[in-house]
Design a protein around this ligand. Sequence first.
Ligand SMILES: Cc1cc2nc3c(=O)[nH]c(=O)nc-3n(C[C@H](O)[C@H](O)[C@H](O)COP(=O)(O)OP(=O)(O)OC[C@H]3O[C@@H](n4cnc5c(N)ncnc54)[C@H](O)[C@@H]3O)c2cc1C
Length: 452
Amino acid sequence: MTASTHLVPQVSGPVLDGADPRVAVEVAAFNTTHTARPAVVVGATGTADVVAAVRWATANGLRVAVQSTGHGLVSDLAGTVLVTTHRMSAVAVDPAARTARVGAGVRWAQVIEAAAPFGLAPLSGSASGVGVVGYTLGGGLGPLARRHGFAADHVRSVELVTADGEVRHVDAISDPDLFWALRGGSGNFGIVTELEFDLVPVARLYGGGIFFPGAVAADVLHAYRTWVATLPEETTTSVALLRLPPLPTLPEPLRGQFVVHLRVAHLGPAEEGAALLAPMRAVAPALMDLVTDMPFAAVDSIHMDPTDPMPTWDRGTTLRELPAEAVDELLAIAGPDAVVPLIMVELRQLGGALGRPAAVPNAVAGRDAAFSVWALGPTAGPLAETMPAITQSVVDRMAPWAARGALLNFLGAAGPERVARLWGDADRERLLAVRDRLDPGRVLAPGLALTR
Ligand SMILES: Cc1cc2nc3c(=O)[nH]c(=O)nc-3n(C[C@H](O)[C@H](O)[C@H](O)COP(=O)(O)OP(=O)(O)OC[C@H]3O[C@@H](n4cnc5c(N)ncnc54)[C@H](O)[C@@H]3O)c2cc1C
């Protein structure tokens, strides 16, 4: 009898053996660099299905992985029981409490849509197709971040299934250590089935992007460096060096071009935002200036991230400071004169609320950092071999200015040594103690696993 035959009576969703041709659709991921090759897939419809999957996996000596959207897929998950969560798509907004409660498979777009009628917004990121749970467990850095902090800072409670197959409801009172670890320690402690978190009263903002021609990349990046030091916490920004493909779906001035993309989100009146942005607008004429007063629901237009699945490899680091020499190095690596197949090298300013502990402290790493650097390139064809080293070289060359901690969500397929070094010794030991208490047999196979 096949593995799925044993599980089917216990699970409401589909149970597929690894060789089933329907697996490819069930596990289709945003990042297509890796193809998931689990032993069994459980398409969970609710908490009971997750419990059954975990108990069956442990009884059969298999490890358990979980996937929502596959934006963070970093391996082929070979031999695992893979729980897919996209059917767990319930969203409930409580406008009086200003909270949302979501199922494990919810994407940010669903929360944004459900919260907008009440003038509320979640602390989502650059792309609303990303999953709420994976993003939030890894910290969660979005366009409101300097004012409101990481998404993980606003989690109120978590329902999860731990490696022993038990359902736990965790908040700051019920299990303070696990609640601390879950918010920043990613999927190392169980499979989250529901998440409850705060929404913020943001209906509109002054935001969007400005595309500058590649020829002025140095002027824009050096101006950005000094400009961001003047910004209030209400303003969250980033700037990206982009090598755009010649796709017909891109606006004509950007198609096939090297451009610099300044992204802005200002929580204040449009006139105030325009005054703050004036020094950057004065740097050079823009190819396109899309910064405007906009509803929060249009937040994806700030970063204009791709929405279709594609094969990419990414690596990130953080900087404690951004002196002129660091900007010059970034331009040498990925500026208009560099011959490098990277799609994007992005700088995000951190600081503000990101630099302060959450009201209920959590395990989010990287609070000491002033900037995040994220390099991303395609892995199509022969680039599959070279892209890991190319993206790593960006991290290595920024090392003279590196901060101590880094952001888990921007590590990419980093090895266990890098994951371990995200935290200082005390926090790492605390995380490992929680992990050892809840998953002594290492049943869970998280994308980014904790090690000593
Ligand atoms: C285009 C793009 C834009 C991005 N923008 C941002 C951004 O602005 N800010 C930011 O902070 N990050 C950003 N990220 C990174 C993103 O937050 C991480 O990749 C995150 O892990 C994605 O979560 P997911 O659930 O969508 O992906 P998945 O690949 O489905 O999950 C990734 C990992 O999250 C964990 N996980 C997922 N679901 C569960 C669960 N139910 N229980 C326990 N663990 C779980 C698992 O370890 C899993 O391996 C971006 C990524 C991409 C590709």
